[in-house]
Each structure stands twice: as C-alpha cells, then as structure tokens.
Write a protein that binds this ligand. Structure first.
Ligand SMILES: *Cc1c(COP(=O)(O)O)cnc(C)c1O
Length: 332
C-alpha cells in the first residue's frame, strides 16, 4: 500500500544518518544473523577471512562454513582486539575476497578498530576487491560508525540492541562495490538477495512482506535518536561506559577487555571475586533489573556483562550499581 512506501521512504534518510552514508540501507524482517548470512552469500566467492575474538565473530565463521564458502580464521585470544597488522599479514597472500569482523564483540566487551582494519584491507595487494563485512549489531546507534568515510562494504545491525527497539528488524548499508560484486556471485539465495532487496528499496518496497508494525516503531525511535543528537547519544554511551569501568575497578573487579578497546555499549567484567552470578541476578530481578552472565560455556560465571546502551541513562546505571553494592554487602 502507498502508506507503507511512504513509511519506508521516511525511514530511509534517517537510517542513512545513523549509518553515516549516502548509500542504500536495506531493511530486513529478520534478526541481524539473517543479514550476516546475506552478506556471506552475496559478497564472498573465493575465500573469506573470518576475524574471531569472541562468540559473535565466531558465528560469522560458522555461517561462512555452513554456506560452503572457503575460509581461513584469524583468531586472537578472547578479550583482545583484532589488530590491523594481523589482518594485513593474512591478506598478503592476495587470495581473499572478503573479510568478516565484529565492530563490537558483545561476548567480551571489546571494540575492534574498524577504521584501521579497513585501511589495512585496502592496502592489501588486491585490497580494492576485498569486501569488508562488519557486524555492528550491538553498537550502531550507540557508537560512531562511518560507513562511507571508512570505506566499508556491508555494515549491519539489529533493532533490539543500541536502537532500543523490539526485536525483528535488521538493517545493513551496502556499498556500490558490494552491489557490483553481488552481481557476479552465484547462489545468492532469495530472501537475502541484495540485488532483489535493492531493486525494491528503490521503490520504497520490499520483495516479501515487511514487518510494518516494527517499521512504525523504527520511524518513531529514529526521530527520538536524531532529536537527542548523534553526538550527544555517543557521548552518553561513552560516559556510561567510563562510569561502569570505574565502578567495576573500585569494587575489585577487572574489566575483561584489553585497556583501550573497551566497548561503549557493553562492559564485560572479569568475575575475579568469584561471586555467584545467578544469585546476583536473582537479587537484581527482585529490584526490576538484570544483567547478563558471561556468554557461552567459555565465559559463563567467569565473567558477567553490564549493558549501557540504547535508551539507558546514567541514573539507571547508578541504580544498578547501588543494587549490586547491596548484594556485595550481603556477602561480607
Ligand atoms: C546480538 C548479536 C548478534 C546476533 O544478532 P541477532 O539480531 O540476535 O541475530 C550478532 N552479533 C553481535 C555482535 C551481537 O551482539
């Protein structure tokens, strides 16, 4: 219906502001993982370099392999960032045509230096042909990501993290280079075919049923985000991050992320006091709050994670720290 095209047409320029791009931003009725699969199916033909420093970047390795694409893995110790020189060393062979990397590794609270990594890619022997695929599911909308200026090819996110919306939508900016590449890649599939999605987007339409109710929510939230102002929003996230790190250290906990690479949207805390995270969460739940245990078997109970993203304010963080302090006092 024309009302729906109007809605998509209203949303598109606002999404472009968040992605800092003049290019298209596709909207998908899926979670972010769907577009991770889409990026692999559309943009990789020869060999993918999967940069892994946590559970979510490892998901892209799994997706690459599940789609039968050749790959190689650059894995660093979890808690460490992926560094541009490590990427450059791998790409020196000239055999890769795509690289996957998470901007914000939600399982470890590490932010990877995407602009420097992208520069290293472009300086590789076949750097202009390499598709730079970036997962910013837990950071876009809460941190600065400049799709055009950083010369990225796919930058994707979901509705339910730093956008602070219900789950069910995913978005990705796609470069002209990636669109041209997709046209040469066979077996792109149908639901996440970038060429088909782009063709419809040009008419403010989608090839399959759009999640209209969620689009209304998105339209409203984008207005709220832009009214706050992107710079203010990024600064609010950084201030909450700094306060969270300060609180954790002052209570004898060490941050899990390598200093200098701490995420602006989620802090992963090393549980070096060996508190019972389940008991802490039960205590918090009774007070209307919750935090996340460490992600997966490797980090559960060894770490816990405090989100400071989306619409959370400093006052919310202070209320959380006061409640955790009360819990810690019960242990003494
Ligand atoms: C949550 C998350 C995902 C998965 O996104 P879905 O929307 O749940 O599919 C992928 N990558 C990162 C970094 C995440 O935080």
């Amino acid at each position: 219906m024309p009302e729906c095209s109007d809605l998509i047409g209203r949303i598109q320029p606002k999404l472009r502001q968040l992605f800092m791009t003049q290019k298209r931003v596709l909207i998908s009725a899926s979670s972010g993982t769907g577009l991770m699969e889409g990026a692999i199916r559309n943009c990789a033909n020869r060999k993918v370099l999967n940069c892994v420093n946590g559970a979510f970047s490892d998901r892209w390795r799994q997706i690459t392999e599940a789609n039968g694409k050749a790959n190689e893995v650059l894995e660093v110790e979890w808690g460490q960032p992926i560094l541009p020189e490590q990427v450059a060393a791998k790409l020196a062979t000239g055999e890769f045509d795509a690289i996957t990397v998470a901007h914000n590794e939600t399982s470890t609270g590490v932010t990877n230096p995407i602009p420097q990594i992208a520069q290293a890619v472009r300086q590789a022997p076949n750097g202009q042909e390499i598709m730079i695929l970036v997962d910013s599911v837990s950071s876009l909308g809460g941190a600065r990501l400049e799709f055009d200026a950083w010369d990225l090819d796919v930058l994707l996110t979901s509705s339910q993290k730093a956008f602070a919306l219900p789950p069910g939508l995913a978005f990705c900016a796609i470069s002209d280079r990636a669109m041209a590449k997709a046209a040469t890649v066979p077996n792109r599939g149908y639901y996440f075919d970038f060429l088909l999605l782009d063709k419809y987007l040009q008419k403010n339409q989608t090839p399959a049923t759009p999640a209209i109710s969620l689009l209304f929510a998105l339209d409203k939230q984008l207005d709220a985000i832009l009214a706050e102002g992107l710079e203010n929003r990024f600064a609010r996230h950084l201030a909450m991050r700094d306060r969270t790190l300060e609180w954790a250290k002052s209570r004898g906990f060490t941050p899990f992320a390598t200093p200098g690479y701490e995420s602006p949207t989620v802090t992963c805390v090393h549980n070096n006091r060996q508190i019972d995270v389940g008991a802490l969460n039960q205590f918090l739940r009774e007070r209307g709050m919750i935090l996340s245990n460490g992600y997966g078997a490797r980090l559960r109970d060894k770490t816990f994670r405090i989100a400071h993203m989306g619409d959370l304010q400093m006052a919310d963080m202070e209320a959380l720290f006061t409640a955790i302090d009360e819990f810690l006092e019960t242990l003494e």
